[in-house]
Design a protein around this ligand. Structure first.
Ligand code: UDP
Ligand code: MG
Length: 310
C-alpha cells in the first residue's frame, strides 16, 4: 500500500480546518491502493487552530501536527511539512479548500500509472479574487520569468502531488529565503498539469495583503535572479552614453561653430558621466556579491531523476 502525505500549512484557520479535514478525508478514501497521512503545520496561529489540530490527532491517528513558535510563513511551513512527511507521495494543500480534494485521486493515478513525477493543479481563472491582486499577479509572472530564466505561470500554485524523488530533491534546497514556485520550476522533473476552477476560500480571510504579496514577489525575484544588479549596470551605461553624446555635441559646437561653453550644460554632462561611472562600478561590485550570494545557497549542482546499474 502506498502512502500519500498531505501537507497542510495552517495559519489562523480555525474556521475551515474541520471542514477541510472532513472533505479531504472523504476524498482520499476513494483511493483504494493508498493510505494517507495528514501533516498539519500550525504556523504560529493565534486562534484555536492548535486546539483543533490537537483534537484531530487524538481522533485520527493518520493526523500529525507541528506547531511553530511563531508565524514563520507558508514557505517555512511547507518545508517543515515535507521534512516530516514519510509517504512515497507528497502533496501540498491549502487549508481553505481552494485546492479541491476531489483532484487527489486523479493526481495519484497520474503519478502511479502515467509515469509522471509530479501532478500539479493549474488554476484556470482567478474568480473570487480582487481585480488589483489579479492584475498584479499576472504581470508579476511575466516579469519574473523574464528576469529569472524560469518558467512559472500565474495559475500554477503549490497544489501538487509529487513522488519521493522530487520531494527529496526539494529538501536539498536548504536556502533561507525560500520561494517554492521557483524551486518547483528550477528542479525540473516531468509534471502533468490538471486544470481546476478557482473558488473563494471556504471561510476566513486570505492571509496575504498587498504588502505581503509585494514582499513575496520581491523574494521570488531576489532568490532566483541577479538581474536587478545588472539593471544598475545598464542604467549606468545609459547615463554614460548620454553624457558622452552631450559632451561631443558641446565640443563640436564650441570648436567648429564658435559657441561659448554653456556652464549648465557642462554640469549636466559631468553629472551624467560621473553617475554613470559610479553606477557601472556599483553593478560590478554587485555582480561579485550576487555570485557569492548564489554560492551561499549551496543549491544542488544537478538533480538525478533515476539511477541504474551502479
Ligand atoms: N499560510 C501559512 N502561513 C502564513 C500564511 C498562510 O501557513 O503566514 C497558509 C494558510 O493557512 C493557507 C495557505 O497558507 O492554508 C494559503 O493561504 P491563503 O489562503 O491565505 O492564501 P491565498 O489563497 O489567498 O493565496
Ligand atoms: Mg487561499
Amino acid at each position: 500500500m502506498d502512502r500519500i502525505s498531505i501537507i497542510v500549512p495552517c495559519y489562523n484557520e480555525e474556521q475551515v480546518l474541520l471542514l477541510f479535514y472532513e472533505e479531504t478525508e472523504k476524498a482520499v478514501r476513494e483511493i483504494e491502493t493508498a493510505e494517507c497521512e495528514f501533516i498539519f503545520i500550525d504556523d504560529g496561529s493565534r486562534d484555536h487552530t492548535p486546539e483543533i489540530l490537537e483534537s484531530l490527532v487524538y481522533k485520527d491517528k493518520r493526523c500529525k501536527y507541528l506547531s511553530f513558535s511563531r508565524n514563520f510563513g507558508k514557505e517555512a511551513a511547507m518545508y517543515a511539512g515535507l521534512q516530516h512527511a514519510c509517504g512515497e507521495y507528497c502533496v501540498f494543500m491549502d487549508a481553505d479548500l481552494q485546492h479541491p480534494p476531489s483532484l487527489l485521486k486523479e493526481m495519484y493515478d497520474v503519478l502511479k500509472n502515467e509515469g509522471y513525477d509530479c501532478c500539479a493543479g493549474f488554476r484556470e481563472d482567478r474568480e473570487g479574487e480582487g481585480k488589483v491582486r489579479n492584475f498584479l499577479s499576472r504581470n508579476f509572472y511575466k516579469v519574473i520569468n523574464r528576469l529569472c530564466d524560469l518558467n512559472m505561470s500565474d495559475g500554477a500554485g503549490d497544489f501538487r502531488m509529487m513522488n519521493r524523488a522530487m520531494a527529496d530533491s526539494i529538501l536539498e534546497f536548504k536556502e533561507y529565503n525560500r520561494y517554492m514556485k521557483g524551486i518547483f520550476s528550477f528542479i525540473g522533473f516531468d509534471t502533468k498539469w490538471i486544470p481546476f476552477h478557482n473558488v473563494e476560500r471556504a471561510a476566513g480571510d486570505s492571509k496575504w495583503n498587498l504588502k505581503s504579496l509585494f514582499k513575496y514577489a520581491l523574494d521570488g525575484i531576489y532568490s532566483f535572479s541577479t538581474a536587478p544588479v545588472r539593471l544598475a549596470g545598464s542604467t549606468g551605461i545609459l547615463l554614460l552614453i548620454l553624457g558622452i553624446i552631450l559632451g561631443i555635441t558641446a565640443a563640436v559646437r564650441t570648436i567648429f561653430f564658435g559657441y561659448a561653453l554653456n556652464g549648465v550644460m557642462l554640469i549636466i554632462l559631468l553629472i551624467l558621466i560621473l553617475n554613470g561611472i559610479q553606477l557601472l562600478f556599483i553593478s560590478v561590485l554587485g555582480q561579485y556579491i550576487s555570485k557569492d550570494y548564489m554560492e551561499t545557497k549551496k543549491r544542488p549542482l544537478y538533480i538525478i531523476k533515476k539511477e541504474k546499474g551502479f
